[in-house]
Design a protein around this ligand. Structure first.
Ligand code: AMP
Ligand code: ZN
Length: 478
């Protein structure tokens, strides 16, 4: 039985989807105005891992994640760049798909865009007004919070605190300072659509209520996003969906990922303390980046630093080496036939133990660090027993289990390295370097300094640093 921490009830609950064996899930996606930072990528990866584990557990998952392709930030950025909001969106939607692929994020069932659902948004706003929960002022439409009985149900912020906060930025046209925009009247230079209240564009919260209801129906099972979205975005989504469609609980489980931090501060564009996902993926092995992003529990903060990424890189190496060890032993046994030893029994026990441990941890609110600890215990067992194992069936099962469980976490270790370079290729590369160094050594013996220096300098240009020691030359990659 899977247990999930539900922000709505602030407790771990047994997970039971509304329809047996089908999970309907919506995750707030990126605002496509810029390159996503690695903190945004954490959110994408964490919910992809949750989706994969639900699928592993036998559920069919309908997974919807949107692109916010019209909002204030989009408009400002497009104007600065002298392009249309649509062009800006197209550029960063393409970038999202590239990043998603590099991070092994499974394609969503649908990636809807706000601008594809303007008519549906207008329809929802009309329903809210009709139900007496929204009002129009000068072409803007606001949600009337004072008419909503359980506003604050998700964020647990008391009405007084909310009013105090909202009063800082008083808008006399609003009935209550907490009221928020469902529809914004057109301003010069902004994209706009026809509506019953004049030309304008949707408020941010409206799109997610509408697209969730459109693709999943209400109520649905899981709504995800980063913790920064609990208030106001998700609070307002609940209010809108309840008011428009007369449903008290539009979503059963609310899941929120913790922040990726830098020196304990939330990584964010506005603070300027961020690395783009692009930069990080260009510097580090993609599997290591994914592993790093799930190396902490998804609800806890996770600190970004080079050391953590290097550690993840080493962990991925350990995983690959264990897989290679199994493959190597299988190929030896295939050539010479096999018996059965105690090592086979030990390996079989480890296979059963890792699956049980993995499921225990993941069933506990998707505890990926716990699941990874189980996998590394399994890798230790592989490293200890493989050399003495004799049964290819057991070794194959160990390899299949390792890659299956890592696959549930979205880590693919079928290749020996990120560039797709095989182990054979790196052996060949090392052989060529060794050969060049031998030639250089004989040139040095013949006092042919020109050849010797030329080899060293050319290698340096190619990023191979040669050092001469008393035991002969050594080399390393820059
Ligand atoms: P945005 O593009 O700003 O709408 O954000 C996309 C997703 O990333 C949302 O679910 C945010 O809550 C999430 N997010 C933003 N900053 C961080 C962070 N530092 N750590 C983790 N998730 C974040
Ligand atoms: Zn949203």
């Amino acid at each position: 039985m899977i247990k999930v921490y539900n922000t709505l009830t602030r407790s771990k609950e047994e997970f039971e989807p509304l329809e047996p064996s089908h999970v309907r899930m919506y995750v707030c996606g990126p605002t496509v105005y810029d390159y996503p930072h690695i903190g945004n990528a954490r959110s994408f990866v964490v919910f992809d891992m949750i989706r994969r584990y639900l699928e592993y557990s036998g559920y069919r998952v309908t997974y919807i994640t949107n692109f916010t392709d019209v909002d204030d930030k989009m408009i400002t950025r497009a104007n600065e760049a002298g392009i249309t909001v649509q062009e800006l969106a197209a550029r960063f939607i393409a970038e999202y798909y590239r990043i998603a692929k590099e991070l092994n994020i499974k394609p969503a069932t649908v990636n809807p865009r706000a601008t594809e659902h303007i008519d549906d948004i207008i329809e929802m706003v009309e329903l809210i007004i009709k139900n007496g929960r929204g009002y129009v002022v000068d072409g803007d439409v606001y949600f009337d919070v004072s008419e909503h009985p359980n506003y604050g149900i998700l964020s647990r912020i008391s009405p007084d605190d909310l009013s105090a906060g909202a009063r800082v930025d008083v808008d006399e046209r609003k009935t209550d300072p907490r009221d928020f925009a469902l529809w914004k009247a057109e301003k010069p230079g902004e994209p706009s659509w026809e509506s019953p209240w004049g030309r304008g564009r949707p408020g941010w919260h409206a799109e997610c209520s509408v697209m969730g209801a459109y693709y999943l129906g209400l109520p649905f099972d899981i709504h995800g996003g980063g913790q920064d979205l609990i208030f106001p975005h998700h609070e307002n989504e609940i209010a809108q969906s309840s008011a428009a469609y007369n449903i008290e609980t539009p979503v059963k489980y609310w899941l929120h990922n913790g922040f990726l931090t830098i020196e304990s501060d939330k990584m964010s564009k506005s603070e300027g303390n961020f690395f783009t996902a692009r930069e990080v993926l260009d510097h580090f092995d993609h599997q290591a980046v994914r592993l790093f992003l799930i190396s902490g529990h998804y609800r806890q903060p996770l600190d970004y630093n080079t050391q953590a990424l290097e550690q993840a890189t080493q962990s991925v190496e350990r995983i690959r080496n264990a897989a290679d060890t199994l493959r190597g032993r299988i190929s030896i046994l295939e050539k010479r036939g096999s018996g059965k030893t105690e090592a086979d029994d030990k390996l079989s026990e480890a296979i059963d133990a890792v699956r049980a441990g993995f499921e225990r941890e993941m069933n506990d609110d998707f505890n990926s660090p716990g699941a990874l600890a189980e996998i590394f215990a399994f890798i230790r067992a592989i490293n200890t027993h493989t050399k003495d194992a004799e049964k290819t069936a057991v070794l194959r099962k160990a390899l299949a289990t390792l890659s299956e469980l890592l696959g549930v976490l979205g880590i693919d270790v079928s290749k020996s390295s990120e560039s797709g370079e095989s182990a054979d290729e790196s052996v060949r590369f090392e052989g060529v370097i060794e050969l060049l160094l031998e030639i250089r050594e004989s040139a040095r013996k013949n006092k042919d300094w020109a050849t010797s220096d030329r080899i060293r300098d050319r290698l340096k240009e190619l990023g191979v640093i040669v050092a001469d020691t008393k035991d002969g030359p050594t080399w390393k990659l820059e």
